[in-house]
Design a protein around this ligand. Structure first.
Ligand SMILES: [Zn+2]
Length: 238
């Protein structure tokens, strides 16, 4: 039914619409991804100023009429993240994070953990742009899988429960696999396994370092998990 919705939201992307409007994809804590139109936002004297740009975290009032498309009636900045915009890798990391959230979760599929994770990632990239490493991008995706309930099993073989001789990873099995269960898996080195465990277990700001080959294997594990559970392909980081 028609009415106003007060919510926090992060702008994932904006799409030009008509002469002066923009349709925004927002991620909100209680509603998940929503789409909202910001009327007149591309005019020089828009009351929204430059606030309705990707990566802004905002306090919003959204009007809900009869259609699925909400209308932005007010927007106050909580965090604009200006520093990450001046640092290429941090900007790229922020864009990847917003893209992954927008593609992984459909409209009306709320996960407060995803909202908090995205807030943390943008704040980290803004405060410490040098943290925008491939390891950070992979750790973010891994935590996104956890928030969505798709975290891969890493402690024991996903096929038989064996805790030793874990040599491979299988998206179909749902995690690491032992030498007896390795059919349809690909090799996962100890370094790659260690990275996955540490990246999942530590805060984003403490993402561990790993060699490029280990990160490439970790990425393959993340992509296989995403593809198996969400039928989703994300652009590779490595
Ligand atoms: Zn096994």
């Amino acid at each position: 039914m028609p009415g106003s919705l007060k919510t926090e939201g992060i702008v994932l992307r904006g799409i030009r619409y008509g002469e002066a409007d923009r349709v925004l994809h927002l991620y909100t804590p209680e509603r998940g991804r929503v789409s909202a139109i910001a009327k007149g936002v591309r005019r020089a004297k828009s009351r929204f100023g430059g606030r309705l740009e990707p990566f802004f975290r905002l306090n919003l009032v959204l009007y809900q009429g009869r259609s699925d498309l909400l209308t932005v009636t007010s927007a106050e900045t909580i965090a604009g993240h200006p520093r990450l915009r001046e640092h290429g890798p941090a900007l790229d990391g922020a864009a990847r994070a917003c893209d992954a959230v927008g593609r992984m979760f459909a409209d009306g599929e709320p996960h407060r953990g995803v909202f908090n994770l995205l807030c943390n990632q943008l704040a980290l990239l803004d405060a410490q742009p040098a943290r925008a490493t491939p390891g950070n991008a992979l750790a973010f995706r891994l935590k996104l899988l956890l928030a969505a309930g798709f975290a891969p099993q890493l402690a024991a073989c996903a096929g038989c429960g064996e805790a030793d001789h874990l040599v491979g990873f299988s998206g179909a099995a749902g995690g690491v696999v032992c030498s007896a269960c390795e059919a349809s898996s690909f090799a996962l080195s100890q370094d790659a396994h260690d990275f996955l465990v540490a990246a999942l277990g530590r805060p984003l700001a403490e993402t561990p370092d790993a060699s490029a080959p280990a990160l490439a294997q970790a990425e393959r594990a993340i992509l296989a998990t995403l593809e198996h559970h969400a039928h989703l392909r994300l652009h590779p980081v490595m």
